[in-house]
Design a protein around this ligand. Sequence first.
Ligand code: ADP
Ligand code: MG
Length: 284
Amino acid sequence: GNIKEDDLQHMEVLGSGNGGQVNRTIHKPTKSMMAVKIIKLDLTPTVQKQILLEMEILHKCNSASIIAFYGAFFTENRISICTEYMDGGSLDRYIPIPENVLSAMSAHIINGLIYMWNLKILHRDIKPSNILVNTAGQVKLCDFGVSTQLVKSIATTFVGTNVYMAPERIQGNQYGIPAEVWSLGVSLFEIVTGKLPFPSFRIDMTPFELMGCIIMESPMTLPPENFSANFVHFVNLCLQKDLRQRLAVAQLLSHPFTKLNENGNAQLVSEWLKQFLSERSSKS
Ligand code: ADP
Ligand code: MG
């Protein structure tokens, strides 16, 4: 059935981002655990209805690499989006992640994107904090921009260029799969190095300076002494400023980096994550 506010018991806050907050939540009727994102948005009932309709397609997305969608509803001026809870949280918490661990995760990241692209759905916000892991070693993508109306409503309320945006998107040109491949490249680079691939990037840049840096600079290459040649090559091809040079979908799948890791390795991911979490809890 449909999820209602009264059925939910919010537990701790898992994190917050662009105008929203994510809670670990118990769905009381089923006693199941969920992650519920709540975003404050002042919208007319018509727009609210349109958003909920557009989100319906998420019920049809059924992939081991995509976060399960349980439902969404509005209460006054807030939308609550209920999804599968991932006990490891997002990859940004673990940066830098060793290349072999990221390689073991990469099939899920790539397959998840391709699954949605086949449904004509673009992610629109690929970044390490939208890639989630759990202690079973599963890796899943969240926060797909399925509702154009929701994406628009959030964008008009909370502005921003982010460091993962492709140069053509910043310049207001076409936004499509190539722009997503770029964001994937920036994310992979950051996940293994803890740095962004722009030589003069600083965290205190203004949005205007950031745009300049993405549009003007040639992205860096991963240091070949620290990473495998296949991985360095793959990330380089994601970070081509010229769309025609960037990896296309067929090449994403046929690249040796993808081929070598095509089954993923849930056991390796699971062991790495459990080790990381136990070290963290013994320190605190
Ligand atoms: P952002 O993605 O920009 O960090 P969000 O509001 O989308 O902002 O998410 C905030 C944080 O909540 C994320 O960084 C992530 O660590 C956590 N989170 C989001 N969804 C889930 C989920 N399904 N399971 C566990 N943690 C989640
Ligand atoms: Mg997110």
